[in-house]
Design a protein around this ligand. Structure first.
Ligand code: OSB
Ligand code: MG
Length: 369
């Protein structure tokens, strides 16, 4: 499709509650919404970079720079036919996967709208609803964590992930396990530990956790191999897997038993699909990670998670877990069986709430061909 114009919307949305991880605390979530116009259609994508470089090195600022100065000139006025075409066009830009992935999402929205097919259909996903869980940030105390987890369990979330960091790990996790002996529980350290530090947290291995997510440095697959050899609980990599190549490295090194897939982190939905297929061929389960997405990114994650090797519940909670007001007309609700329905309309299957986008806007960059 011939790309006629690009609009970059830098927005900030208030979260219903602050979200705290080992790398920081967010009360407002920033992101960049990408609007592509082509052949009378509009496609939307979400670049999931945050305000601060805490999760990885990208920020809303770096992504706006890369999008406006480097990615836009490569696609404006060009006929981009497939996601593979797009990946070839941007292959000269090193890194900046969150920026690249935001545009790829908008392209898929366009491809779907042009062909009358939903993303799920384009990906070959079979599920009409996907199993989901909730990611709970670090709370003021173990008691308040237990209270917060209790509220989510009450709402019907059958899988809970809690964020941990040095000093807030074994005690917090044990308290949750004791209060909820049967809940499917996992922890996420967001790269907060060195190998020796985490190896000392052996009690975690006795708490019947589904997995331990990204305990060590994001650029260190080898130390995760050493840690996995000492833990019976599966290690799951998030930050470390930034491409299909890295997924191969991790499996060859036996650095993990499970992979968290985020289309943003790996440079686009096409790359996420490649990792899904590679893991399926190697009997490694995957699950869909989240970046506190708006309804745009959430729709994309749901379509991705409808694929067969997304075996574990995703970090894909209902819209009201994140935002009182979203930028899509549609809001995603939790079904009583801890699932969320996958959109069925063409493309992402959601419609933008223009007024909300405007109200949340920090800046807007218009790039004509
Ligand atoms: O590590 O999975 C993560 C949110 C922002 C950045 C990194 C992560 C997260 C989450 C939230 O855990 C998942 C969600 O969107 O519910
Ligand atoms: Mg994570």
């Amino acid at each position: 499709m011939k790309i006629e114009s690009i609009v970059l919307h830098h927005i900030s949305m208030p979260l219903v509650a602050p979200f705290e991880t080992s790398f920081g605390r967010e009360t407002n979530r920033q992101c960049v919404i990408i609007e592509l116009r082509a052949e009378g259609l509009v496609g939307y994508g979400e670049c999931v970079a945050s305000r601060d470089p805490g999760y990885n090195y990208e920020t809303t600022g770096t992504s706006l720079h890369i999008l406006a100065e480097f990615i836009a000139p490569l696609i404006l006025g060009r006929d981009v036919k497939t996601a593979a075409d797009y990946q070839k066009l941007v292959s000269g830009i090193r890194g900046h996967h969150l920026a690249k992935a935001g545009v790829e999402m908008a392209l898929w929205d366009l491809f779907g709208k042009a062909s009358g097919k939903s993303l799920r259909e384009l990906f070959g996903g079979k599920r009409e609803k996907v199993e989901v869980g909730v990611s709970v940030g670090i709370q003021s105390s173990a008691q308040s964590l237990v209270r917060t987890v209790g509220e989510y369990v009450q709402q019907g979330y059958a899988r809970v992930k809690i964020k941990i960091k040095p000093g807030r790990d074994v005690q917090d996790t044990s308290a949750v396990r004791q209060a909820f002996p049967n809940v499917r529980l996992q922890v996420d350290a967001n790269s907060a530990y060195a190998l020796a530090e985490f190896a000392a947290l052996k009690p975690l291995d006795e708490l019947n956790l589904l997995l331990i997510e990204q305990p060590l440095f994001e650029d260190d697959i080898w130390d995760h191999h050493k840690l996995q050899a000492q833990f019976k609980t599966p290690i799951c990599l998030d930050e470390s897997i930034v491409s299909p190549r890295h997924a191969r490295y991790a499996l060859e090194m036996q650095a993990c038993k499970i992979i968290n897939i985020k289309a943003g982190r790996v440079g686009g939905l096409s790359q996420a699909l490649l990792i899904h297929d590679f893991c399926a061929a190697n009997q490694i389960p995957v699950w869909c990670g989240g970046m506190l997405e708006t309804g745009i990114g959430r729709a994309s994650n749901l379509a991705l998670a409808s694929l067969p090797n997304f075996i574990l519940p995703g970090d894909l909670s209902a819209s009201d877990r994140y935002y009182a007001r979203d930028i899509t007309q549609e809001r995603f609700a939790l079904n009583s069986d801890s699932t969320i329905n996958v959109p069925t309309a063409p493309g992402l299957g959601v419609t933008l709430d223009e007024a909300a986008l405007k109200d949340f806007s920090l800046s807007k960059i218009l790039l004509p061909a």
